[in-house]
Design a protein around this ligand. Structure first.
Ligand code: ADP
Ligand code: MG
Length: 444
């Protein structure tokens, strides 16, 4: 047997013994160097790899060697930096097990777990279903389908289930793909006449996770193939979990029979997280980053954005990084500049709410605010309203003039620009803006 053949057999032996993640992480980047009757050298990218393989898999590799060669051999590791692959390369790599060409299982990102999924009012039903499926895959709800807007946690929850099941039983074959990947695999299989392999691959899954099934829309061939895959998996009680950005009956150009399959298990919508959940998510993400961020700051960021947790998380990380590079402490003053302009996208508000919050805040009545008097105590709040309505709500200066008791649009521009300038340099102004925004985001 030549050494490549030996290595391929070893891998074949190892694969079911380790999780897909570990398999890809540790073994796909290794190969055989020297191979004699008595000794085998495994080439790995660096010394860290060598150590890990030695401590974690020495016995397993030895067993595999004995199995494959029928001999006890000396096992040695040697580093060869050219072996190091980038993540993407690993993803794209196909692996040849002798004759059968099999796409490497798309690994589940281990970062998404049920443990680090924050449960709140917007997703508790989905979470409960997730737990039920982990307890009894394939039997309770099949398929389980999560639907909801972008960045509400659908993929996270689905992968969380996959990872939890894998933890309980690492032998299970879990396949995760997006609907586009399935489509690409299908197209590729047609081109290369490898339909049998494709079917073998997907239909052997114990758990099949398909992300964003709305993209099946209009793909007739793919839909047909997926329909049969679905039926096959369902008939052998393999658990399927799907996500979609909308309920199946609203997916355009999706065959009725697939719609009814998708709806035939349990469908749960995940909604945009409420304020408290957003704060809790930010708390958890900042802890993951090893940062302690005060509640005040978390609330401030949480109020700057309403629906998309991915963006919210991005904002948090961006803020933390920026503060770090500028050697600033995470105080409300320091983070305001990052939040400016976010209110509009985050808060569904109208000008009445802004006016009432500002009046409340400065303890004024509406008549004074919109009236003609020009005392200092009135001018500042008026300017703040102009600023917020213009910058955050995007209302035209003409309209703002009307709202504020028929003022000229140049007056509005002047007031708005004054606050804009002050908000960059004046701490008190920053504080006003933060607190007003906070109030705006918490009242509904
Ligand atoms: P979707 O698939 O719905 O577009 P994702 O699952 O990709 O959204 O979530 C976007 C980001 O928000 C991910 O980083 C995810 O970890 C995070 N996220 C979403 N919901 C939660 C939650 N409930 N707890 C913790 N993180 C969450
Ligand atoms: Mg997703």
């Amino acid at each position: 047997m030549d050494k490549d053949k030996v290595w391929s057999k070893i891998l074949e032996f190892m694969k079911p013994q380790v999780t897909p993640i570990n398999f890809r992480g540790w073994f796909m980047q290794a190969s055989i160097g020297e191979f004699t009757d008595k000794k085998i050298t495994i080439l790995v990218p660096n010394i860290f790899f060598a150590q890990q393989l030695k401590t974690r898999y020495f016995d397993l590799i030895n067993t595999a060697l004995l199995e494959v060669t029928g001999k006890n051999m000396d096992l040695e590791f040697k580093t060869d930096p050219s072996k190091l692959m980038r993540g993407k390369q690993i993803e794209d790599m196909d692996f040849d097990f002798g004759k059968l060409k099999q796409t490497v299982i798309h690994a589940l990102n281990p970062k998404y777990t049920l443990e680090n999924f924050v449960v709140g009012l917007s997703n508790n039903v989905a979470y409960a279903a997730a737990e039920a499926v982990v307890q009894n895959p394939g039997t309770s709800y099949n398929p389980l389908l999560f639907y909801g807007g972008t960045g509400v946690g659908k993929t996270h929850l689905m992968l969380g289930i996959g990872n939890a099941i894998l933890k309980k039983n690492s032998q299970l074959k879990i396949i995760y793909c997006s609907s586009e990947q399935f489509m690409n695999d299908y197209v590729e299989a047609i081109k290369t006449h490898k339909m049998t392999d494709l079917r073998a691959h997907y239909r052997r899954a114990d758990i099949l996770l398909v992300d964003d099934v709305q993209f099946f829309s209009g793909r007739e061939g793919t839909q047909q193939e997926f329909f049969h895959t679905f039926n096959e998996l369902q008939s052998k009680n393999s658990q399927m979990i799907l996500t979609s950005d909308r309920p199946p009956n609203e997916i355009d150009k999706l065959e009725d029979r697939l719609k009814s399959r998708f709806q035939g298990g349990l469908m749960i919508d995940i909604q945009a997280p409420d304020f408290d959940t957003r704060v809790a998510i930010l708390r958890s993400k900042s802890q993951e980053q090893g940062e302690v961020v005060s509640e005040e700051i978390l609330k401030l960021i949480a109020s700057s954005m309403e629906s998309n947790i991915r963006e919210l998380e991005g904002k948090l990380i961006q803020i933390l990084q920026n503060l770090k590079t500028q050697h600033l402490l995470p105080t409300p003053e320091n983070i305001t500049p990052f939040l400016n302009g976010q209110l509009n996208s985050g808060i569904k508000t109208d000008y009445r709410k802004v006016i009432s919050v500002v009046c409340d805040y400065f303890n004024l009545n509406l008549k004074d605010l919109t009236g003609p008097k020009r005392q200092k105590e009135l001018v500042l709040p008026r300017h703040l309203v102009m600023y917020i309505l213009s910058e955050e709500l995007g209302i035209t200066v003409e309209k703002i003039g009307q709202i504020l008791g028929g003022r000229d649009h140049t007056t509005v521009m002047h007031g708005r620009d004054r606050i804009k300038k002050l908000s960059k340099i004046d701490r008190e102004m920053q504080r006003f803006l933060i607190e007003i925004k906070q109030k705006l985001s918490t009242i509904t």
